[in-house]
Design a protein around this ligand. Structure first.
Ligand code: PLP
Length: 323
């Protein structure tokens, strides 16, 4: 579809639920809140499982949460919560709830795909969503939605217009789209997919795993704490900053002095964390540039640590995981 990722999120809500439906959402960050907001906007009855930002909720907890909500039509969550760097155990969650949960399992994998494997059919996921500008290395403007047979049978009769999946699917089956397609982006995506095929998906997942591991090792060597300690995503790493450092000015300074783009925290995490991406067209030397500039920025902000330890640790991780 021609939209950013949130368009496909909205399409999932408007097409697979109908007004007044009970649904469940897991909210452990900014994007979980988005599932909540879209469902509220469409007048669904929303049950929210609140999770502390940075924590990964266990499949058992989700199962418990759903156990007294037998009428829930769907559960919505993020495979990788980009605001905290947490990865949810998608396969284990599906496995755990499948036996007693009859609703749809709808997963926002916008920042998860390409960095991690996702076998939606085998794992029993009903809807998977992504967007062109994250792992696919294509500019923003294309969103993707994959659906199971169960999801297709569950298409609702709710009024909708632009994102009408029944119409869209019928059109795409005959090689057309409902509306004017974003042709330049589709051509760009075709090229990206060709490159992925040539490199091999196993290698791409491994590449992300090593970039993420090197980044996490570097951060810990510098004496800093990871926000997502238990279940970190290979998409990005969120780092807790010492209380003496203002995260917002650090992000600005790093950009001005070294041209490196970090992301700060959102909402309650604003100023308190810094997020480092390793998704998509990122290589080992890009990561080394990010870690070097982060070290310099921290040292110049007065944080006391052995400068160079992060860089050294990351280099050693890359060397021992040569790929
Ligand atoms: C980026 C992102 C989105 C939203 O995507 P837009 O393309 O900005 O609409 C939704 N969920 C997650 C997890 C994301 O990382």
């Amino acid at each position: 579809m021609a939209s950013s990722g949130s368009g496909a999120m909205e399409a999932a809500v408007s097409n697979f639920t109908t007004e007044g439906d009970e649904i469940a959402v897991i909210v452990g960050g900014k994007f979980g809140q988005r599932w909540q907001q879209i469902n509220q906007a469409y007048l669904n009855r929303v049950h929210t499982l609140e999770v502390e930002w940075g924590e990964a909720v266990s499949p058992e907890k989700i199962s418990d949460f759903l156990s007294d909500k037998p009428n829930c039509k769907a559960i919505f969550f993020q495979a990788s919560e980009t605001s905290t760097g947490v990865k949810l155990p998608v396969r284990e969650i599906a496995n755990h709830i499948r036996s007693h949960f009859r609703g749809l399992i709808i997963v926002d994998a916008i920042s998860y795909l390409i960095a991690h494997e996702m076998k939606m059919d085998e794992w029993g996921i009903d809807v998977v969503i992504s967007g062109s500008q994250k792992g696919f290395g294509v500019p923003a403007g294309l969103s993707f939605l994959a659906y199971s047979d169960l999801a297709f049978q569950s298409l609702s009769r709710r009024p909708r217009f632009y994102f009408d999946l029944r119409k869209e699917i019928a059109n795409q089956k005959s090689g057309k789209s409902s509306w004017t397609p974003a042709t330049s982006l589709i051509l760009s995506l075709d090229k990206s997919l060709e490159n992925f095929e040539a490199e091999g998906y196993e290698n791409i997942f491994k590449h992300h795993e090593i970039l993420a591991k090197a980044t996490r090792n570097a951060i810990e060597a510098m004496g800093l704490e990871l926000l997502a300690k238990r279940s970190p995503s290979n998409t990005l790493t969120a780092v807790k900053l010492p209380s003496s450092i203002d995260g917002k000015s650090l992000v600005t300074n790093l950009k001005e002095q070294f041209g490196t783009q970090f992301a700060g925290g959102q909402d309650s995490l604003s100023g308190k964390i810094i997020r480092i991406s390793h998704l998509g067209l990122v290589d080992v030397l890009d990561m080394m540039a990010m870690i070097s500039s982060f070290e310099m920025g921290l040292a110049m902000s007065g944080y006391q640590f052995e400068v160079g330890l992060g860089v050294k640790t990351a280099l050693n991780t890359f060397i021992s995981n040569q790929h």
